[in-house]
Ligand binder design. Structure first.
Ligand SMILES: Cc1cc2nc3c(=O)[nH]c(=O)nc-3n(C[C@H](O)[C@H](O)[C@H](O)COP(=O)(O)OP(=O)(O)OC[C@H]3O[C@@H](n4cnc5c(N)ncnc54)[C@H](O)[C@@H]3O)c2cc1C
Length: 368
């Protein structure tokens, strides 16, 4: 069989590109994934108790991009949701990310946005251009709040002190002076109405797309003819680790089904200072399922080793230097498109990966 494109990976990057190339340009695409399912890390499924869970950790969809909303809406309806999380520390639940409610609880009395601003202005350390994640947070809220909510969570998650990590790691978390207690700030926050996996099925059902699961793309590449490759796996693996291995963090998920309707007050509770896990997630809060049982998932960050899932690129100066060498090699491969989170070695949210794939499609379409 001859294909125009071999697509390595069926996550957002691979699925969007295969769908666009097949439906808009009439290209024949073969999508290959080494896992036994489509959807990449966004894959969701019913567990044995019938509870809808996200196998690879909670995936909260959000975006400010109308193009991304319009594109995905052709494959799914949405269930609007304001994701709310809490932080468990000193034996109590705390509103998180930090907002006026958190500040009031911290000082032990009611307050105002003005007082919160003035106080943080006094607590914060004056650092004009924060160079790492510790500096980002202490320059916004000062050391006491940094130590209560950020320091140990980040250490657990990355096994590195925040001072060794890029500002982007902790800088992603909003700080609010009002009572907006949503986890995220984007204007569109919603989940695919009947789950991510059915949405991916609809995308990949286009005429012109074939799918092979549980195979490495390299084995399949040796068996079929194709013109170009869309590669969405780890960039260091593509080049046979010739510039050295890029560092990743991996996760262990420990699910538990409980014979009760709910376990915790919100979809996610962070544990910065207690236990080996970073968070407990209870998806039922946001999927709208009406069941007498619930499933919670404890999430344990672990060291990455060959054979495990490379969940998080580690954003630090040393990894950036290695990545740049691979990126230069990638630029010298005209028939390969490196797209997605692992191929670009950067923490991108789902909507950013969809936007990146649409942009790559524009380039391919414009080149004719
Ligand atoms: C724990 C966790 C929580 C997250 N939470 C959120 C969130 O709340 N909101 C959000 O917007 N984003 C979230 N993300 C990010 C989100 O998962 C990514 O943005 C998105 O999945 C990236 O899509 P992708 O296609 O680039 O990569 P992936 O989803 O990783 O897909 C890559 C696919 O390529 C396949 N592959 C790799 N190598 C090969 C090979 N050699 N042969 C064949 N197949 C191969 C893999 O099996 C995989 O299926 C989270 C990520 C993690 C890890």
């Amino acid at each position: 069989m001859t294909y125009d494109y071999l697509v390595a990976g069926s996550g957002f990057a691979g699925a969007v590109l295969a769908e666009r190339l097949a439906s808009q340009l009439g290209k024949r695409c073969l999508v290959v994934d080494r896992r036994d399912h489509i959807g990449g890390n966004a894959y969701d499924e019913l567990d044995r108790a019938g509870v809808l869970i996200h196998r690879y950790g909670p995936h909260y969809f959000r975006t400010n991009s109308q193009r991304v909303i319009d594109y995905l809406s052709a494959f799914t309806e949405w269930r609007p949701e304001a994701y709310r999380i809490l932080s468990w520390t000193d034996g109590e639940y705390w509103p998180f990310p930090i907002n006026l409610n958190t500040f009031e609880k911290f000082i032990g009395r009611s307050s105002t946005p003005e007082e919160m601003r003035e106080t943080l202005e006094r607590w914060r350390e004056p650092i004009d251009n924060p160079a790492n994640s510790e500096e980002v947070i202490v320059s916004q809220v000062g050391r006491p709040l940094y130590e209560k909510f950020f320091k140990n969570y980040t250490l657990k998650q990355w096994q590195r002190d925040p001072s060794e990590l890029d500002p982007s790691v902790c800088g992603r978390i909003p700080l609010r002076f009002d009572r907006d207690d949503r986890y995220l700030s984007e204007r569109f926050q919603a989940l695919p109405k009947d789950g991510y996996t059915p949405m991916f099925h609809r995308m990949l059902q286009q005429p012109g797309i074939d799918l092979v699961l549980e195979r490495d793309y390299r084995e399949v590449a040796a068996e079929v003819e194709y013109d170009k490759l869309i590669y969405t796996g780890p960039i260091d693996a593509y080049f046979g680790f010739c510039e050295g291995e890029l560092p990743y963090r991996t996760l262990r998920f420990e699910p538990e089904t409980l014979q009760r309707e709910f376990f915790q007050p919100t979809v996610q509770v962070n544990y910065p200072n207690d236990f080996a896990f970073t968070r407990i997630v209870e998806m039922k809060h946001i999927t709208g399922q009406n069941l007498p049982v619930t499933t919670i998932v404890r999430e344990f960050p672990e060291a990455y080793a060959a054979g495990r899932e490379p969940y998080y690129p580690v954003p630090c100066p040393a990894s950036k230097a290695i990545y740049e060498k691979y990126a230069a090699r990638a630029r010298a491969e005209p028939d390969v498109h490196f797209v997605g989170r692992l191929a670009r070695y950067r923490y991108y949210n789902m909507d950013q990966v969809v936007a990146m794939a649409l942009k790559e499609f524009d380039k391919i379409a414009a080149a004719g």
